[in-house]
Design a protein around this ligand. Structure first.
Ligand SMILES: Cc1cc2nc3c(=O)[nH]c(=O)nc-3n(C[C@H](O)[C@H](O)[C@H](O)COP(=O)(O)OP(=O)(O)OC[C@H]3O[C@@H](n4cnc5c(N)ncnc54)[C@H](O)[C@@H]3O)c2cc1C
Length: 386
């Protein structure tokens, strides 16, 4: 893929993004064309397509952004291909998807922008994406979907559940990766969740789920999950795994249920002996939001390489909570009051650290901004592309 091809594709995509409502129109028209030409494909998708459209757009935008960075892009696409097996997608669907995307782009761009050369550039990029996803899907021996039975559901907060499952077959994922999950009350509405414990041969897996107001899936998971429910779980995704170079330490920053993948990494490290120093900053609005603090502090108590700092915006729990779990661990250190990114920077410098941040997009951006302001090299920070 040469620089001219990349530039043509980026220019067309920028033109789409620049028009008000352009990205949404493009994805709407893409799915309309796909389903008109391949009516059977409609059954592979959920009834509500809005999130699906957002996901498609995020994936295309990420791929276009990373076209020079194939070391990062190709593994991402292979993982995506493996994950897409859960929809029942076969090789032939990729050609249909590519053709529908070309037609949608052509309609959107109009004859002036959509030259033969532009079409050729898009076909080349889509071809690389499809081939890589197909290779990823076909090169995997694992099942397209793991089935698991809920064995425990604990409401640790009014809006946060810890759900433990036993998978029928163990899944081999790296601590820090995420998986897509479909629950019986919301069939085919796949959502990403991050396992909070490392993979194990018994197939046990644990998720922490926060209820998002107005969400399709998370309110139902928190309110309705019952022991015995059967969940479907897709292939593992994500590159935010433990990969600290020798001689470097780790800084892990999480808010809310973002602690789950980082706790899995810490638990995995606790089973080893040669760990770097690891500093975890765990943020929430109130002390009660730090629902996993007792577990983290228990691990830290017997692992001197690990330090945990709780960070809250308000040091008093609201009246409607039934007391904080924060203090369940007898050695609990009170949380620091302040903004997560500011407290992290105040504990720096973080020169010799590989950094992982997990939380909402706004929390990730604010924290990155604070670290950048403190002179941290942005290439040392990882977070997942979604
Ligand atoms: C890589 C990755 C890992 C994730 N891991 C976890 C996890 O371990 N635990 C967990 O609870 N969630 C996790 N999520 C979020 C999860 O996938 C869902 O997005 C979330 O549960 C909301 O789904 P929903 O169907 O209830 O809401 P939707 O119906 O998808 O969305 C409803 C509305 O809420 C907005 N929204 C979606 N998610 C959020 C959010 N988190 N905060 C605020 N607004 C939101 C949407 O933009 C939309 O406007 C992860 C997401 C990603 C991308």
């Amino acid at each position: 893929m040469d620089s001219r091809t990349i530039s043509l594709v980026r220019t067309t995509f920028k033109a789409v993004a620049a028009v008000e409502g352009g990205p949404e129109k493009l994805t709407r028209s893409f799915y309309a064309i796909l389903f008109a030409r391949n009516p059977e494909a409609r059954d592979l998708f959920p009834a509500s397509m809005s999130l699906q459209r957002d996901k498609l757009l995020t994936a295309i935008a990420y791929a276009i952004d990373q076209l020079e960075n194939l070391d990062r892009l190709l593994p991402f696409l292979q993982q995506l291909g493996r994950d897409h097996r859960k929809y029942g997608i076969v090789d032939a669907h990729y050609a249909a998807v590519g053709d529908a995307l070309i037609t949608a782009l052509e309609q959107f761009a109009g004859t002036e922008m959509w030259t033969e050369e532009v079409e050729g550039a898009w076909r080349e990029v889509i071809g690389v994406m499809a081939t890589t996803m197909i290779d990823g899907a076909n090169g995997d021996d694992g099942p397209p979907v793991w089935m698991g039975t809920v064995v425990e559901h604990i409401r640790v907060l009014d809006d946060v559940s810890v759900v433990r499952l036993k998978l029928d077959e163990p899944m081999d994922y790296a601590a820090g990766q995420y998986v897509s999950v479909s629950v019986p009350s919301r069939p085919r509405m796949w959502r990403y969740l991050s396992p909070a414990i490392p993979a194990n041969s018994a197939g046990e897996i644990e998720f922490h789920i926060r209820r998002v107001s107005g969400g399709w899936v998370s309110p139902s998971v928190v309110a309705n999950t019952a022991v015995g429910d059967r969940w479907s779980v897709g292939s593992p995704l994500g590159s935010m795994t433990r990969h600290t170079a020798r001689g470097r330490d780790r800084l892990l920053i999480a808010s809310g249920t973002g602690i789950a993948p980082l706790r899995a990494q810490v638990m995995e490290m606790a089973a080893r002996t040669d760990n770097p120093r690891v500093s975890v900053f765990y943020g929430g609005k109130y002390p009660c939001d730090l629902y996993d603090m007792a577990t983290l502090q228990h691990i830290a108590a017997t692992n001197p390489w690990l330090s945990i700092v709780g960070v809250v915006e308000d040091d008093t729990d609201p009246w409607w909570t039934d007391g904080s779990r924060y203090s369940q661990f007898s050695g609990a250190i009170p949380p620091t009051v302040g903004k997560l990114g500011t407290v992290v920077v105040d504990h720096g410098p973080w020169d010799n650290h590989d950094i992982a941040i997990v939380g909402s997009p706004s929390m990730i951006n604010t924290t990155k901004f604070r670290l950048q302001g403190a002179g941290v090299d942005m290439s040392t920070i990882s977070y997942d592309p979604w």
